[in-house]
Ligand binder design. Structure first.
Ligand SMILES: [Zn+2]
Length: 491
């Protein structure tokens, strides 16, 4: 068996003022050919594929073509989309004939002239390889499913959990691909768009309505003839033409079963729509007061408006400003992206006292720079670490700024490590000593779980804020819950 392997993935925040280009892909990992198989063992969906390939008794030849991942950020430039697609298509044409294509995608990527990146890529792939070769698309479950994606992929499989198990999704997708190639299954598809968007507050699959919806999918997958049931609660900062939640069901040559399950799943999500809007968010001032007053142990302050994993810039000062204003008496760790501040700290040198206007430069809609005076405690040219399940990650240049009890880590790059304890450890800080840490995510607190005593969802404005009704929606289909009334919707 000969299987082509590729990945083009990014999560776009269309409300972000940033754009993403080829340098963003280079920063997170842009690999070609055999290097992909060396780099991706244990990481991402391709890492999952490699594990399943190892289990096969028949020989499998992998043809690695392109791996392009850029985390989350702004809209992708058209030039970048076309460059990556041309590389992929040229590689596939050169690799023909092959038996199947394993294509790792995010699902919520938008480019300047085409806001359905995955639909665009899959369409070009089909045009290059024809209709016969199975194409398995592994997706983030925050994907926006579009008609083109469903038409051109043979099977689409989304994550089962938030936080995501990307390797596990790769394994699940690879198993489906091998079953198709061995002639064990003939996938049929049914899907529903669900006209709703919801904030990230209820996105964890371990609790609440999201658990109920995902549990139903797992239960359906145990029924005879069901290949995969993937719910897609679209990430909510995506103002695109076919935006909205979805569910995709694949059955083994049983379209009627797929239809009925897609309907049932969509109906459950719709029935739970008000619960998906439940929130425990706390105002910024109150959140800082609660963290100061908490018993010993680490309090995670979730900066819901500035989630780097959701595509925000990471330079919001909303929480930092409050920490400074309250002159917090306990150690507080805060990351902020500010390349100018990093340069200024490097120039001043370790031990120097500097006055800097921090952050609020990329996103100056929701936050403004905050002036602080502090001591440069450490500087670093950066370290490279292997984040479990995510692969190799460069932290980039960093500097530690000490302002009273606040320890600000200035970062030159929007590294995936922004929410990882090594960000503090590599500058000589002990997470165990901190009373609170600001994380630029609303869901991925797992890296701090060892120290975590509590977590406060801070109602912070920003490009990934939970108050979705405040955005100026221009492209999503209407009516859309809860922007509009649509009491009579049926799946
Ligand atoms: Zn996601």
């Amino acid at each position: 068996m000969r299987i082509a392997v590729a990945e083009i993935a990014q999560e776009t925040d269309t409300f972000s003022p940033m754009t993403a280009d080829i340098n963003d892909f280079k920063a997170y990992g842009l690999f070609y050919g055999p290097e992909i198989l060396e780099r991706m063992r244990g990481a991402g969906a391709i890492g999952g594929l490699l594990e399943i390939v190892d289990e096969q008794t028949e020989p499998v030849e992998l043809v690695p073509i392109l791996r392009a991942w850029a985390g989350a950020g702004g809209t992708i430039t058209q030039e970048t989309l076309e460059y990556l697609t041309e590389k992929l298509v040229a590689g596939l044409k050169a690799a023909l004939p092959f038996d199947g294509l394993f294509l790792a995608l995010h699902g919520a990527a938008a480019a300047a002239n085409d806001d359905d990146l995955e639909g665009y890529v899959l369409e070009k792939v089909r045009a290059a390889i024809g209709d016969k070769i199975p194409v398995i698309g592994s997706l983030d479950h925050h994907a926006n499913i579009t008609a083109r994606m469903v038409r051109h992929a043979t099977v689409l499989i989304g994550h089962e959990t938030q936080p995501h198990d990307t390797v596990g999704t790769g394994r699940k997708s690879a198993r489906a691909l091998f079953r198709i190639l061995k002639g064990e299954i003939k996938p049929t598809v049914a899907w529903r768009k669900i006209p709703m968007i919801t904030p990230q507050d209820q996105f964890l699959t371990s609790q609440g309505p999201m658990k109920q919806w995902f549990d139903l999918a797992r239960e359906m997958e145990r029924r005879p003839g069901v290949i995969d049931v993937s719910p897609y609660p679209m990430q909510p900062w995506l103002d695109v033409a076919e935006g909205g939640w979805a569910v995709v069901v694949h059955t083994d040559n049983d379209p009627a079963l797929a239809e009925s399950l897609a309907k049932e799943s969509a109906q459950l999500a719709w029935n739970l729509r008000e619960q998906f809007w439940a929130s425990e968010r706390v105002s910024v001032a109150e959140a800082v007061r609660q963290a100061v007053a908490a018993d010993s142990g680490l309090i995670i302050l979730s900066d819901t408006g500035d989630s780097i994993y959701g595509g925000a810039p990471g330079d919001s000062t909303v929480i930092l400003r409050e920490l400074v204003a309250q002159n917090v008496p306990a150690l507080a760790f805060v990351p902020i992206i500010d390349v100018e501040a990093v340069d200024a700290a490097f120039e001043a040198g370790v031990g120097a006292t500097v006055t800097l206007d921090l952050g609020g430069k990329i996103d100056n809609v929701f936050s403004q720079p905050v002036r602080v005076t502090g001591r440069v405690g450490a500087i670093s040219q950066g370290v490279t670490l292997d984040v479990e399940g995510r692969g190799i990650c460069d932290i980039g240049k960093t500097a530690l700024l000490e302002v009273g009890q606040i320890r600000i880590v200035l970062m030159a790059e929007r590294s995936f490590a922004v929410n990882h304890p090594v960000l503090y450890a590599h500058l000589g800080l002990e997470v165990a000593d901190a009373k609170m840490v600001v994380v630029k995510t609303a869901s991925n607190f797992q890296f701090f779980s060892r120290w975590r005593k509590g977590m406060i969802r801070v109602d912070a404005g920003g490009m990934t804020q939970s108050d979705l009704t405040a955005f100026d929606w221009k492209r999503v289909p209407r009516p859309m819950y809860p922007l509009d009334d649509l009491p009579n919707w049926k799946p």
